[in-house]
Design a protein around this ligand. Structure first.
Ligand code: HEC
Ligand code: HEC
Length: 208
């Protein structure tokens, strides 16, 4: 009896470890080739989205599983941005995983992060400590790779994203519930806080 229970535990562990290795299945080399067109926007430092005007998000060093989730949401029209819907439309799950493997491997080359008044940062930090840190961390790294890194992301992009969760332009039940109670001032403060962080920050897509 004890022996078979031991065996079952061992089997379970084996299956679990298989499941975790199966998560890291992207091929970064293929992903790099596929992501060539993406650098036309995400590879240009401080590139702007036209209407409305905000910075194209930094993707380099982003968490892999989150990239796949975000692309899937554009493909399924759960995020309303038309250009990104078109970009994601033709990508298969494997394409997304390969692209994510490449993007998440990018390090360094951190662009200048934004600067904000101390009191804005302090207000943002207070909200992050109370509400957001459980998933995004105080350091903005995300507690695991399914959560987006926010470290050094553009503040105007994060403001737009939070407003989109509030309005339903982005349909995500988790973030909708956390974004809804935030005032405009709260949104600006938390975005400033995460945008100001530098340690292991997000960066542009740089093809080398
Ligand atoms: C014409 C410019 C443009 C091109 C080309 C482009 N993107 Fe984007 N991308 C954007 C903009 C703007 C956003 C922000 C959209 C929004 O507000 O939801 C974005 C958002 C994203 C996001 C979500 C980021 C986050 O933090 O949630 C991912 C992932 C992404 N793009 C991946 C790609 C990939 C992969 C490609 C190439 C296949 C690509 N993009 C090509 C402009 C572009
Ligand atoms: C229970 C976990 C959880 C909590 C708490 C949480 N978030 Fe999120 N957050 C997520 C998830 C999951 C996503 C990705 C949603 C999606 O796919 O669009 C996300 C996405 C975001 C994004 C968009 C990132 C991008 O790159 O587009 C921002 C900005 C953000 N969260 C800020 C916050 C702030 C500020 C708080 C606190 C007020 C907060 N979050 C609290 C889980 C959480």
């Amino acid at each position: 009896m004890i022996k078979s229970r031991y065996f079952l535990t061992a089997m379970l562990l084996a299956i679990l470890s298989l499941a975790t290795t199966a998560q890291a299945k992207g091929d970064p080399k293929r992903g790099k080739a596929l992501a060539y067109t993406c650098t036309g926007c995400h590879g240009i430092p401080f590139y702007m989205n036209a209407y409305p005007t905000y910075h194209v998000p930094r993707l380099g060093n982003q968490n892999a599983a989150y990239i796949v989730a975000a692309l899937t949401e554009y493909k399924q029209a759960k995020r309303s941005h038309k250009t990104m819907q078109a970009q994601a439309w033709s990508l298969t799950k494997q394409d997304m995983e390969d692209i994510a493997a490449w993007i998440s491997s990018l390090k360094g080359e951190v662009n200048k992060t934004e600067r904000f008044p101390e009191e804005t940062l302090a207000k943002g930090k207070k909200i992050v400590e109370a509400v957001c840190h459980g998933c995004h961390g105080l350091d903005g790294q995300g507690i695991n790779e399914t959560y987006p890194k926010l470290t050094g992301q553009f503040s105007d992009y994060m403001i737009k994203a939070l407003q989109d969760y509030q309005s339903g332009e982005r349909q995500n039940p988790i973030m909708a519930s956390f974004a809804k109670p935030l005032s405009e001032e709260d949104i600006h403060s938390v975005a400033a806080y995460y945008a100001s962080l530098k340690e292991n920050a997000l960066t542009d897509l740089h093809i080398k």
